[in-house]
Design a binder for this molecule. Structure first.
Ligand SMILES: NC(=O)c1ccc[n+]([C@@H]2O[C@H](COP(=O)([O-])OP(=O)(O)OC[C@H]3O[C@@H](n4cnc5c(N)ncnc54)[C@H](OP(=O)(O)O)[C@@H]3O)[C@@H](O)[C@H]2O)c1
Length: 314
């Protein structure tokens, strides 16, 4: 697979990233079984063997179980830790802790970020996290406090580089002017079913600031594919049927699957969007990697954009 540098960092990653959100097979740690854990384990190995070298994770994925599964693979596969970028996120806290009546909330306090990072390191079984991201913007985000936490994490060798996720562009700027280190990625939802990043300033800012955009749910949780098992509530109104015929036509002409074309469509943008593949099916993980060889023409790209918009351009 082709590679790319993340933002202004020295982290060189495969063009596609592998996402570990679904590797435990459930959101709920109580529902994880040996079989679902083994399937996640196999999926990560399939991604590694197919050339993916960035593994995205988060402390809240199945209450930390997704980080543990990745950690076990890193321990088991000789040479893998040295060859891949271990990425994870924090800043979302589930309800019920530490007090039983605490609400689910966001928390970018230094105290929380430092302790969350410590726990992720333990679950992943690594000394250093290569890329640490703030998961969703904390309404009470204090950029100076975040900068202090980042500085401590970097100087102690626990984190190499930092990024954000689901931020509005103005909050990225607010954090960047306070932080002594560059923000190297911005992880947002982008797909044919979710076009906001193209027009809300997110991708413009990535171009200006040399931040690598990472696209989560590049297949809209499977809606652009064989169907979705676990849709996020915000994805329920998506209407993939309006662009499916155009996608299938391009796929047929290219001799590729519609999902590979949908991923290649993201990769065409000059900001070098890095799609994060979320399937746990080894065959689909390998098929997605074929998007790396598909360079869509402007005409194909616009045909798909117009179908996805559901109306002609002005
Ligand atoms: N920063 C954030 O807020 C945020 C939010 C969500 C996700 N993420 C990251 O983004 C990653 C990807 O998100 P995602 O899992 O929603 O990505 P996705 O690729 O849009 O969706 C993957 C889902 O689609 C299903 N699917 C159905 N048909 C498919 C096909 N033909 N090809 C491929 N998949 C098909 C998969 O099922 P099978 O497994 O059965 O193939 C899987 O359940 C996550 O793992 C996570 O790392 C970040």
């Amino acid at each position: 697979m082709q590679t790319t540098l993340l933002g202004v960092s020295s982290l060189r990653s495969s063009r596609l990233a592998y996402g570990c959100w679904r590797v435990a097979g459930s959101w709920n740690p109580a529902e994880v079984t040996d079989d679902t854990r083994a399937a996640g384990h196999r999926a990560i190995i399939a991604a590694y063997e197919a050339g993916y070298t960035l593994f995205d994770n988060a402390d809240i994925y199945c209450g930390g179980e997704a980080e543990r599964i990745l950690g076990n693979v890193l321990k088991e596969v000789s040479g893998m830790r040295e060859g891949v970028i271990v990425a994870t996120k924090s800043g979302i806290r589930p309800g019920g802790a530490p007090q039983p009546d605490a609400p689910a909330r966001y928390d970018f306090s230094a105290e929380h970020l430092l302790s969350a990072c410590e726990q992720s390191l333990k679950r992943l079984g690594v000394e250093t996290i290569d890329l640490y991201m703030l998961h969703r913007p904390d309404y009470l985000a204090d950029t100076e406090e975040i900068a202090k936490a980042f500085t401590q994490l970097k100087s102690s060798g626990k984190v190499r580089y930092f990024g954000v996720s689901n931020f509005r562009p103005t909050l990225v700027t607010a954090l960047q002017v306070t932080c002594p280190m560059p923000l190297v990625v911005h992880q947002v939802e982008i797909s044919l079913a979710k076009l906001d990043a193209f027009t809300d300033g997110t991708l413009d800012q990535c171009l200006i600031e040399k931040i690598t955009p990472m696209a989560w749910s590049p297949l809209a949780s499977g809606l652009i594919g064989a169907g979705a098992r676990d849709l996020l509530p915000s994805q329920k109104p998506y209407r993939p049927e309006q662009f499916r015929p155009a996608l299938e036509a391009v796929a047929k002409a290219r001799g590729a699957t519609p999902t590979a074309v949908a991923i290649a469509w993201l990769m065409k943008h000059p900001s070098k969007i890095q799609p994060i593949i979320g399937s746990v099916n080894p065959e689909r993980i390998r098929d997605a990697a074929k998007a790396d060889d598909l360079n869509l023409s402007r005409e194909e790209w616009y045909r798909l954009l117009i179908a996805a918009r559901g109306e002609p351009l002005p």
